[in-house]
Each structure stands twice: as structure tokens, then as C-alpha cells.
Design a protein around this ligand. Structure first.
Ligand code: ZN
Ligand code: MN
Length: 503
């Protein structure tokens, strides 16, 4: 039997508005005592009225446009009824048949090892979050209502994913998008993004065509909040359901499961209600949302979206896909890199030895130097200092000057690292730091020869072994010269001088 997974995702994204979706309580409840950001409205007291948060509605529309979807002209809120301690009103204000957005799409052009794929979105709606149940060590369950009422955008895809890699790439792209728009921090670990994975298997023929157009009942894995768990839960479910199919016993109804990371397995939870069980009906206390004029206004505020930015970084600078991925991971880093790159581009234009026909090649080489220093060296130095791009003192201008010195061979690798570290610590420019550290690359061959001769005299045993054929020892001798020159000697020139002197 040929089986193929059918996977769809429902992702809740927490909007970083100052206040909750329908009241004035603060929406950020991290490091806040339980049940302090609450009021009669979000506690569902009788007689209170919800008032929609304009910022949340505007951001939801912005997200809908960025997801290339249809904005519903007359949208509305509905009550989703269920009885549970995390829901003081016994209903959640959500959206049923007229969500903020329908028919969107996300283009995935960077799935590791796969062709680009368009992910079709069914809908995106706005809703309030439920409170948080905390299971105490004493066996009791406590409820913290701080989170209750914070705004969420729920994005629902069509069942179009075929494997875990695609699902992960989609959530990463979604996270990048909400960060680019500045509407959510998108931290999965902190619960800003939570995923429900819907998964079933279907039988396909030898050409991979489905045997039946009908989908089998799905299993929903609820509330996954890390990329690793998404991948593992999907891999586990594919295995588990495949075994059921092969035993002639495929899932006959819809199930709800959760990911248990300790057991590395999904576990059955309460079985899912039908949507009829929620008895959706229009929220009578909130007027319908007229979104056409908001959409018109917000459209002008759309920034360059991740896919377009990736394409541009590749076309303009010739970056590798994985370098682009790293640069785009953090919006502060993206901004820093783009500013530094534009400075470097201007610098390259002024170089007399780079003719127009050599420009693409020179640019490519410069990009390589740039990404090496940005993504491995600078990131390493920041990590050591426990600071990030947002808070560092280094300016894009100084960094681009630094890279130009490296590219011009005016600064060597090891010394360069020292200079860059000092630039980070003092916030000073590279020429200053170089003067201070005495970091002038040794172009004086005579001076270099003097140091090489001293090193040769001081290491007679190694020299003898080298001359007897142990050529690897040249690395040791180069190292000694680098040390004696305080990192200013050029390693390849040094090796040449050693070879000349030792014959
Ligand atoms: Zn409140
Ligand atoms: Mn939801």
C-alpha cells in the first residue's frame, strides 16, 4: 500500500498590542503576578460590554494583505460556546463565517532540499485568547486569567503539506512575516505562536495520485510551541497512522492528540467537538467590522515582504540561500546588513582597479568576505559578549569600513578579529582601533624576513625536521612568525618567505 501524509496547519499568532482585544487590560502578562491584568470585561462579568481594539483589527488586516488574501469587506465577530475554566464567559469571541481574510497564500521558496511550493490559506480570523490553566504540584489546577482576552490571529492552511520539512518552513516563514510587519514577536517558546497540526494519511497509486478524492478523518495535534516538536510530532504521527493503515485499521473518526516531549510521542486527548457543538452565533455586543477603508489605508504601510527581500538580496549581492536565511532571521540584523552593504557598494564603485566588466565578480567576492565576517565572526563576538545586533555599539558604516580594509588586505584575519572585538567594545571606528593596536599589516618584506630569520634561529629542531621532509611543520613556523609580529604578518606571504629562506 502506498500511503501519503495529508497535513494542514492552524497557527495562532499573538499580536503585540498594548492592551487586550476587548478591554483596556495590559496584554503582556510575562513576569506579572497571576490574575492582576484583569477587569470585569475580560472576566466576563454580567452587564459589561466588549470594545474592539482598533490596533488589533488594523494589524489583522495588515497581516491579511501580507498573506495576499481577500479582505472581507463586512466582517464580524461570533461567539464560540464551550464550557471550560479557562473561559470565564463560557464562550470565546472569535469569528465564524466572515473572518478578516480568506484565500491567502504563502510562497515557500526556501524549503531545504525541495522545490518551491505555494501554501494555500483558507482563512485568517481574529479572536481572544483563553486563560492559562496551571497544574500545581498539589494535584490542583489553577487558572491565570492574565492571558485571557489577548488578541490572536488564527491562520488556517489548506491540507497541502506533504512532510514535516514543509510544515516547518511554513511556520518559519510566517514568523518572519509577522516580525517584518512588527505585529508580533513570534517567539514560539514564549507562546506567541502556537500550532495545531491536522494530519491524516491517504492511499495513492504508483504515480502518487490519490486513489479517492475523499480525505480520511484527521487527527489534530494541539498546541505545539516549538519547531522541533512540530517536526517530531509529524514524524511520529506518520509512523503511528501508517501502522494503523497497514493493520487494516485506519482512524475512523477525528481524534485530538497532544505532543509529549518526555515520551517522544503523541497522546490521545478529549475527542474533538464538531463545529456544531460550539453553537456559533453572531456576537450581539460588537458591531460588524467595515474593513474596506482600513485595507485601503493599511496597504500603503506594507513594508517589503520577506520573499521579495530574499529575491533582491540574491539578485543584487549574490548571497547564498543559507546566508540570506541567517541574515533575515533577525530584522535588526537585516537592517544592519543592508546599510553596511550599501556603503560597501559605494566603496567598490570608487575603486579604480575595478572596471565595469569586473564589477559583478568583485561584488561577488566582496559579498563572500562580508557574509563571512558578519555571520560567523561578528555573531561569535556578540555571543561571547552576550549582546545582540540591536544593542551593540558597532555602526553599519564602521563595519563596512572594516570589511573594506579586510578586502583590501590591509588587515589580516586574526588581527581583524581583535580589531572588530575592540570596535564592539568601544564603539570606535576601525582606523582608530588599528592605530591603537598597532595593527598595520606588514607589507615591508624586509621586516618580515628579519622576523622569519629570528624564528628559524630560535627553532633549530623544527627547522631540521622540516628540511628532512616533514613539510607540515611550516604551519608551526608560520604560527611562530605570526606571534612574533603580533598578528600583523600575512600568513601566505610568511610561508613564501620561509620556503625561500629554507630552500
Ligand atoms: Zn480586561
Ligand atoms: Mn482558535
Amino acid at each position: 500500500m502506498n500511503l501519503q501524509p495529508v497535513i494542514g496547519l492552524e497557527t495562532h499568532v499573538q499580536l503585540k498590542t498594548k492592551t487586550k482585544l476587548f478591554c483596556g487590560c495590559l496584554a503582556h502578562s510575562e513576569n506579572v503576578a497571576p490574575n492582576t491584568n484583569v477587569c470585569p470585561v475580560c472576566m466576563g462579568h454580567p452587564g459589561t460590554l466588549p470594545l474592539p481594539n482598533e490596533q488589533a483589527v488594523t494589524w489583522a488586516v495588515l497581516l491579511g494583505l501580507a498573506l495576499n488574501g481577500q479582505i472581507t469587506p463586512h466582517s464580524k465577530f461570533d461567539r464560540k460556546n464551550y464550557f471550560y475554566p479557562d473561559l470565564p464567559k463560557a464562550y470565546q469571541i472569535s469569528q465564524f463565517d466572515l473572518p478578516i481574510m480568506t484565500e491567502g497564500e504563502v510562497e515557500l521558496d526556501d524549503i531545504p532540499g525541495e522545490q518551491p511550493k505555494t501554501i494555500r490559506l483558507e482563512r485568517m480570523h481574529l479572536e481572544e485568547d483563553a486563560a492559562k490553566n496551571i497544574h500545581g504540584d498539589d494535584g490542583k489546577t489553577y487558572v491565570d486569567y492574565n492571558r485571557g482576552g489577548t488578541p490572536l490571529c488564527e491562520i488556517v492552511t489548506a491540507p497541502v503539506f506533504e512532510n514535516a520539512a514543509q510544515a516547518k518552513a511554513y511556520v518559519q516563514e510566517l514568523r518572519l512575516l509577522v516580525r517584518t510587519l512588527g505585529i508580533s514577536d513570534g517567539d514560539l517558546e514564549r507562546g506567541h505562536m502556537r500550532c495545531d497540526v491536522n494530519i491524516s494519511m491517504r492511499e495513492v497509486d504508483e504515480d502518487g495520485k490519490p486513489v479517492s478524492p475523499m480525505l480520511s478523518p484527521k487527527t489534530e495535534i494541539k498546541n505545539i510551541n516549538s519547531f522541533r516538536h512540530i517536526e517530531r510530532a509529524i514524524a511520529y504521527e506518520i509512523k503511528r497512522q501508517t501502522a494503523l493503515w497497514e493493520a487494516g485499521n485506519p482512524p475512523s473518526k477525528t481524534f485530538t492528540r497532544g505532543w509529549n516531549d518526555v515520551k517522544q510521542a503523541t497522546e490521545e486527548q478529549r475527542s474533538k467537538e464538531d463545529s456544531a457543538d460550539y453553537r456559533y452565533f453572531p456576537e450581539p455586543d460588537v458591531p460588524p467590522l467595515e474593513l474596506t477603508s482600513i485595507a485601503k489605508l493599511v496597504k500603503r504601510r506594507l513594508p517589503e515582504l520577506p520573499a521579495a527581500k530574499r529575491a533582491r538580496l540574491k539578485a543584487e549581492y549574490g548571497f547564498k540561500a543559507e546566508d540570506i536565511r541567517m541574515i533575515m532571521e533577525d530584522p535588526a540584523l537585516t537592517e544592519f546588513a543592508e546599510k553596511a552593504l550599501s556603503e560597501l557598494g559605494a566603496w567598490l564603485q570608487t575603486k579604480p582597479d575595478v572596471t565595469p566588466e569586473h564589477m559583478p565578480e568583485a561584488r561577488q567576492k566582496l559579498t563572500k568576505t562580508f557574509s563571512g565576517w558578519l555571520l560567523s565572526k561578528l555573531m561569535g563576538l556578540l555571543e561571547e559578549r552576550k549582546i545582540d545586533v540591536k544593542t551593540m555599539k558597532l555602526t553599519p558604516e564602521d563595519f563596512s569600513e572594516f570589511v573594506s580594509l579586510i578586502a583590501d588586505s590591509k588587515l589580516t584575519g586574526p588581527k581583524g578579529l581583535e580589531v572588530l572585538g575592540k570596535m564592539l567594545d568601544d564603539g570606535s571606528d576601525p582606523s582608530h582601533v588599528m592605530e591603537e593596536l598597532g595593527a598595520n599589516r606588514m607589507d615591508d618584506m624586509l621586516a618580515l624576513e628579519v622576523i622569519v630569520k629570528t624564528v628559524v634561529e630560535e627553532n633549530p629542531k623544527e627547522v631540521e625536521r622540516y628540511q628532512a621532509g616533514e613539510t607540515k611543520l611550516i604551519q608551526f613556523l608560520v604560527g611562530q612568525v605570526m606571534k612574533a609580529s603580533k598578528g600583523n604578518a600575512d600568513p601566505s606571504k610568511t610561508a613564501q618567505v620561509i620556503k625561500n629562506i629554507l630552500g
